[in-house]
Ligand binder design. Structure first.
Ligand SMILES: *[C@@H]1O[C@H](CO)[C@@H](O)[C@H](O)[C@H]1NC(C)=O
Ligand SMILES: *[C@@H]1O[C@H](CO)[C@@H](O)[C@H](O)[C@H]1NC(C)=O
Ligand SMILES: *[C@@H]1O[C@H](CO)[C@@H](O)[C@H](O)[C@H]1NC(C)=O
Ligand SMILES: *[C@@H]1O[C@H](CO)[C@@H](O)[C@H](O)[C@H]1NC(C)=O
Length: 445
């Protein structure tokens, strides 16, 4: 018994020691892990050891009702900011249109339209809390965003200008001069008067007044029309004109890659966010139009086939440029931990037919009834990107984000005049910012 007791005491002492050592080791491990991001990869790939929220997991959720204000009715169009939970918006372009407060007949949409919150799917773990101050910090310290796309991407830019207000200033000033063409770049700069400024570490060479945090470029097709004509000529050597005279804004890839990769103080972009599909129709691409295929979208198959070739060309050109840049910096091929810029392709979205008759989100995505525009085919354009970018090792810096489901469930979140554009403050555009920010600062690290 005595022997047993001694053994027992010894065992307890021993286990106390073991626990003590284990505790110290754990604390050291935790300190080491959090003090040095590169240390993570020493133990195991952080992609597996940390909680993750993939685009699919994020999207597999639902909208929950949550009022942001006590007010129950919109009486003045400026009240819409409080309904949406914003202090203001830095951008001055089509201000009340973006906020869907430009039509009194639709004031009954408030506060409903701005009172839903996206609850991500259960598999989504570790999603960063959307804190505008932290987004500003990352845009300054980790690098800015270049938004490339059509007018729906411009919706996203406007929403960012509200989310980050008053820490950012937007240019140009459309109140002073409303006549800037759509091709004109729009920027968000750090507001020198923001209380965040003293707490930020500005990168060497960063100029508060001239280095943008976010830029929007109106580039509807991701390639210039000339580039698309060249791609088309390789598929089909017939010489007929491909485009109608429908208005379109677009640029050659190299031109905006020069913008994306420009050095400080001109720019400090780390991420390019692109989205396209809405302008890839059989009316703009009238050379592919086929009146005999009315039920199949007037030759939309040909447009999608060309889209596939054009986006393959685009992805090769973008990845090649980023590899070239990384080689210049002495970074090994495929190493995304150092100096490498990232490109995310945000899935494109169709609109909602008869959207203004809805006053709440859907629980499940509903099928189209009339097949307006190319809406019924948008999933196929997205699938082109999904397939293309899933090729292992081919496009390590380009990522497809299929986060369209939250928006697909919001027929009530459109602007007042049409059913494609999305209003600021409904949580849809803000959700894009939230997830993209999480993805590049956490999932890709
Ligand atoms: C979506 O979430 C539900 C639970 O809320 C789960 O049963 C289902 O498997 C998830 N689907 C996917 C594709 O992850
Ligand atoms: C934009 O211009 C208007 C009219 O000139 C002026 O009142 C306003 O202060 C300007 N806004 C900013 C943010 O400078
Ligand atoms: C920052 O940019 C502004 C506007 O381009 C310029 O006037 C200023 O001289 C720059 N500051 C520095 C420190 O380079
Ligand atoms: C296509 O035809 C037009 C006139 O019919 C001609 O000017 C143009 O050079 C041709 N293009 C090509 C690529 O052959």
């Amino acid at each position: 018994m005595a022997i047993l007791n001694v053994a027992d005491i010894n065992a307890r002492r021993l286990s106390a020691k073991v626990i003590g050592i284990a505790t110290v080791f754990t604390i050291l491990l935790v300190l080491y892990t959090f003090s040095s991001p590169s240390a993570l990869s020493f133990f195991s790939s952080p992609r597996y050891s940390q909680p993750t929220c993939s685009p699919k997991a994020y999207s597999n959720g639902s909208w929950a009702f949550r009022l942001r204000t006590e007010a129950t009715a919109l009486s003045n169009k400026d009240d819409v900011l409080a309904f949406a939970g914003f202090e203001g918006c830095a951008s001055s372009r089509e201000y009340y249109w973006h906020l869907a407060a430009d039509n009194e007949e639709q004031y009954d949409r408030f506060p409903g339209a701005t009172s839903y919150e996206w609850i991500p799917g259960q598999e989504c773990a570790g999603l960063r809390v959307l804190d505008p101050a932290n987004v500003v910090r990352d845009l300054v310290e980790e690098g800015g965003w270049l938004l490339v796309g059509d007018s729906v991407t411009e919706n996203h830019f406007f929403s960012l200008s509200c989310l980050l207000y008053p820490h950012v200033i937007a240019t140009p000033n459309y109140t002073a001069n409303p006549y800037f063409d759509r091709a004109w770049p729009q920027h968000l700069y750090l507001n020198p008067a923001s209380p965040l400024v003293p707490r930020l570490s500005l990168p060497y060479g960063f100029n508060i007044t001239s280095t943008p945090l976010v830029t929007f470029r109106r580039i509807d097709l991701l390639l210039s029309q000339e580039e698309i004509i060249t791609v088309h000529a390789k598929m089909n050597p017939s010489n007929s004109s491909l485009f109608s005279d429908e208005a379109v804004w677009t640029l050659p890839v190299t031109e905006y890659l020069d913008v994306f990769t420009a050095p400080l103080p001109t720019a400090n972009y780390a991420t390019m966010v692109v989205s396209t599909a809405g302008h890839w129709t059989a009316t703009l691409f009238s050379g592919l139009r086929d009146e005999s295929e009315k039920d199949e979208g007037y030759g939309i198959r040909g447009v999608i086939a060309l889209f596939n070739e054009a986006m393959t060309h685009w992805a090769n050109e973008v990845q090649e440029r980023l590899w070239k840049e990384a080689r210049g910096l002495g970074v090994a091929k495929g190493d995304r931990t150092k100096g490498n810029r990232q490109v995310v392709v945000r899935a494109y979205l169709p609109g909602h037919e008869d959207c203004h008759s809805y006053r709440e989100p859907w629980k499940e995505v509903q099928p189209f009834v009339w097949n307006w525009y190319n809406w019924g085919n948008i999933w196929e354009y997205n699938q082109v990107f999904e397939r293309l970018l899933s090729a292992r090792g081919k496009f390590p810096n380009i990522h497809y984000l299929d986060i369209y489901r939250p928006a697909r469930l919001r027929p009530d979140a459109h602007t007042t005049g049409d059913c494609l554009h999305i209003m600021t403050g409904a949580g849809v555009l803000e959700g894009w910012t939230h997830y993209i920010w999480h993805y590049i600062t956490k999932e890709l690290k």
